[in-house]
Design a protein around this ligand. Structure first.
Ligand SMILES: [Zn+2]
Length: 402
């Protein structure tokens, strides 16, 4: 199994200079070949793939000698990233995603400063509280836990507030799997509340996050008043970047803990498939922040499900989860109004909490989809709100645990 270990990195002055050079060269290579690919297409409808770019880079290095001063794997990976960005772009276009913008050139100040290097012949090594990185030598890390498995690559990042991090991607990591459980759950993701489960659990957004978001607005305003190019503006920029990073860290921490708990407690998790196209449409700040965390949250659930043999079942986003009565199936179109938090079903008179009802519907729809996919898993509602899972995938199985 693959797993990434992330640590804070403490380079010395000399290493910082080398890192800055590497970030710059990677950005240069990315932009140079993006431009080359655009021109080739414009001129004679030609596509230059990764291999052609890679061969060309060897020649380019003979002309631009400063490219030789940095890690060669980092430059190769910049080309791979460009190629992947191209594939993603065409895949989204094929899917009919009209919001998909074309690839952008990387700017020095507006893009994340990072590069990825690949393991080869022990060029990356971790020993005690230090990591060896090509062209940099040994650098101190804040190692909070032991890494295991075989190193594949590592990514070095510099945040906008000036901190450095290294993410070490390892394979063949032995994961201590959670015990199998028979519990299944449906999750409704929201804006005001982060999530509501079919069990009736309401998961609120972290409390101090709202405070930080207010501070963000304040620091933004302060920055706009500082004179461009002044020392005070730079100071304020770092201050603002720190607030951004604090928000991101608080969010990530919250999402990590929540996804771990949900994976530990449940064998199957059903949730709505939130498409990216849907996300770009909304320009509201609160909404965009939650969109980003939903996306992140779902990705965390997915890789943790892989680690622990759990199943994530996504349901169609057009499935009207909040409008149907989870007790009798009656469709109440008035519920499309978001301000209705509680409602009574006109048919069976069950009183519903909007989000819990939606989560139950998500669960039922997810289980229905799973049951219709022959041979995946045998599931049956057992009448008292619980569900039974047959390990052998046979819905008529006698041996069941609830
Ligand atoms: Zn009903």
């Amino acid at each position: 199994m693959e797993k990434t270990f992330k640590f804070r990195l403490y380079p010395d002055k000399k290493q910082e200079i080398q890192l800055a050079k590497t970030f710059g060269c990677c950005r240069f290579v990315y932009n140079y070949y993006l431009n080359k690919r655009i021109e080739a297409y414009k001129e004679n409808k030609q596509t230059i793939n990764y291999y052609a770019c890679s061969a060309d880079l060897t020649n380019l290095k003979k002309q631009l000698l400063w490219l030789k001063e940095v890690d060669k794997f980092a430059l190769q990976n910049a080309l791979r990233d460009l190629d992947r960005a191209y594939s993603n772009f065409f895949r989204e276009i094929k899917k009919g995603n009209k919001n998909q913008g074309f690839l952008k050139f990387k700017k020095k100040h507006n893009s994340k400063q990072s590069y990825r290097t690949t393991w080869s012949n022990n060029n990356i090594e971790v020993n005690g509280n230090k990591i060896k990185i090509p062209k940099l030598g040994w650098i101190k890390i804040a190692k909070s836990r032991d890494i295991s498995g075989r190193i594949l690559n590592c990514t070095i990042t510099k945040t906008k507030s000036g901190k450095y991090f290294v993410s070490i991607c390892c394979t063949d990591v032995v994961i201590d799997k959670y015990e199998r459980t028979s519990k299944v759950i449906g999750i409704d993701l929201g804006i005001k509340r982060f999530a509501t489960t079919s069990d009736g659990e309401v998961i609120e957004n972290p409390k101090h996050l709202a405070k930080l978001e207010k501070r963000l607005t304040r620091e933004h305003r302060k920055l706009s008043k500082k004179q461009k190019g002044s020392k005070n503006r730079e100071k304020q920029r770092i201050k603002l970047a720190r607030v951004y990073e604090k928000i991101a860290n608080t969010r990530t921490d919250f999402l990590q803990k929540l996804s771990t708990r949900l994976i530990k407690e449940n064998q199957i998790i059903c949730l709505e498939d939130l498409s990216i196209a849907n996300m770009v449409k909304n320009r509201n700040l609160a909404k965009s922040i939650s969109d980003v965390s939903w996306d992140k949250f779902i990705r965390m659930l997915q890789y943790k499900a892989l680690w622990h043999d759990r199943l994530i079942q996504k349901i169609d986003k057009f499935y009207a989860s909040s409008q149907s009565c989870s007790a009798c199936g009656y469709k109440n179109t008035e519920i499309s109004n978001l301000s209705i938090r509680e409602w009574e079903c006109p048919q069976c008179h069950t009183i519903h909490d909007r989000d819990i009802n939606a989560a139950i519907n998500v669960l039922n729809e997810g289980l229905r989809l799973l049951n219709s996919t022959a041979g995946t898993v045998g599931l049956q509602a057992c009448g008292d709100g619980g569900y039974e899972v047959c390990e052998a995938g046979n819905s008529n199985c006698e041996v069941r645990s609830t």
